[in-house]
Design a binder for this molecule. Structure first.
Ligand SMILES: Nc1ncnc2c1ncn2[C@@H]1O[C@H](COP(=O)(O)OP(=O)(O)OP(=O)(O)O)[C@@H](O)[C@H]1O
Ligand SMILES: [Mg+2]
Length: 342
């Protein structure tokens, strides 16, 4: 757990970038710092790993004051991912990932195994990527290596400062889905900075909306949407409030969906998603034709992505999964209801 207690930062030139920050981030939480440019998000994030030292107040991490911890030990236990990941250009992908384990003097077999494990975790085949050079990777691949490197020594906390903002929208959505899945699997505490409300709503368990160095409101996306603390909050959420609705709230859950079947059935169905007993998708049949490669949507997807998926697949409904288990479906019907209820 990370606790900010009366934390303030005033830079040497008199700029007050943060004042009286008072909040706790739970272990395993996906916590998003959001707000307009210059409101103090990066300053707040960098005070956690002491790239910036607070002027007053304390930040404690798992009960210990960060200011009193050995700075190297502190940083080793906190992964850090930036907007423009700075990979070392003359080191291979594997060497880049291994930087912290090398510093911690792990043995070579252990490092090699960890590199392969992490490449797999971020969706890059170890055999094809471990010996590549950073310049031969796409922007999205470089960001993935950045995430792998930040996770290398298995830190409890991951700080991410606009890690996807330099990417094209499709790669960005993919990485958002992947990081959300990853967080659910590996249970890290993630503190994530963005000024994009859609990204914040999609990823955050809680959002911390900042303005001019102060916290304006902390809550889940739906709390901010339904009970904004001020006009500033209402305006900030503004027209994107549709995207603040979680797919999970909108979809028809499996037991109510007319599209999901747990057993093989011979009866004619226009669209049928067949799942096995672990609720994993086995097959999709549309108008009697088996679909190659049927799409499923991660539960963290936005409403916009759900609409795009329905259009691209040309089917009336798409299954929604959480950790590969089908938990429901979303169809044009649910999306239409959302528009009417709003
Ligand atoms: N080293 C510094 N010296 C003086 N002022 C600084 C310094 N670093 C940041 N600031 C100022 O502190 C304020 C907060 O900056 P910060 O980088 O935390 O904002 P931000 O919310 O991350 O903005 P953005 O969305 O543009 O990244 C800004 O007014 C900024 O100009
Ligand atoms: Mg910033």
């Amino acid at each position: 757990m990370i606790v900010f207690d009366g934390v303030a930062k005033e830079f040497a030139d008199g700029t007050r970038a943060a004042h009286d920050l008072q909040f706790s981030i739970e272990k395993g939480e996906f916590f998003v710092l959001i707000g307009p440019s210059g409101c103090g998000k990066t300053t707040t994030l960098k005070m956690i790993n002491r790239l910036i030292e607070p002027t007053s107040g304390t930040i404690s991490i798992n009960g210990t004051n960060a200011a009193e911890q050995n700075i190297h030990a502190l940083r080793w236990n906190i992964g850090y991912v930036l907007q423009q990941i700075a990979l070392f250009p003359n080191m291979t992908v594997a060497e880049n990932i291994a930087v912290v384990p090398e510093m911690k003097k792990w043995n070579q077999n252990q490092i090699k195994a960890r590199v392969d494990e992490l490449l797999t975790l971020v969706g890059m085949a170890p055999d094809s990527f471990r010996d590549r050079m950073p310049n031969d990777l796409s922007g999205g691949q470089q960001q993935r290596i950045g995430v792998a490197r930040a996770l290398a020594a298995d830190p409890g906390i991951l700080l991410m400062d606009e890690p996807f903002s330099a990417l094209d929208p499709i790669t960005r959505e993919q990485l958002q889905n992947d990081i959300k899945d990853l967080q659910e699997t590996i249970q890290k505490t993630i503190v994530f900075v963005t000024h994009d409300i859609d990204e914040a709503a999609k990823l955050g368990d809680r959002l911390c909306l900042m303005k001019e160095g102060s916290v304006v409101q902390i809550g889940s996306a739906s709390e901010l949407r339904d009970s904004p603390a001020s006009d500033f909050v209402r305006d900030f959420i503004g027209s994107s409030d549709k995207s603040m609705v979680a797919l999970k709230e909108v979809m028809a859950p499996s037991e109510e969906s007319k599209y999901v079947k747990n057993e093989w059935e011979s009866e004619e169905q226009m669209l049928q998603y067949v799942t096995n007993h672990q609720n994993e998708l086995v097959q999709a049949i549309y108008n009697g034709v088996i679909l190659d490669d049927p799409l499923t949507l991660p539960h963290s997807s936005s409403i916009k992505e759900a609409f795009a998926a329905l259009q691209s697949q040309g089917v009336p409904a798409i299954p929604v999964h959480e950790q590969n288990k089908i938990i429901g479906t979303v169809s044009y019907e649910e999306l239409a209801r959302l528009a009417v209820d709003a």
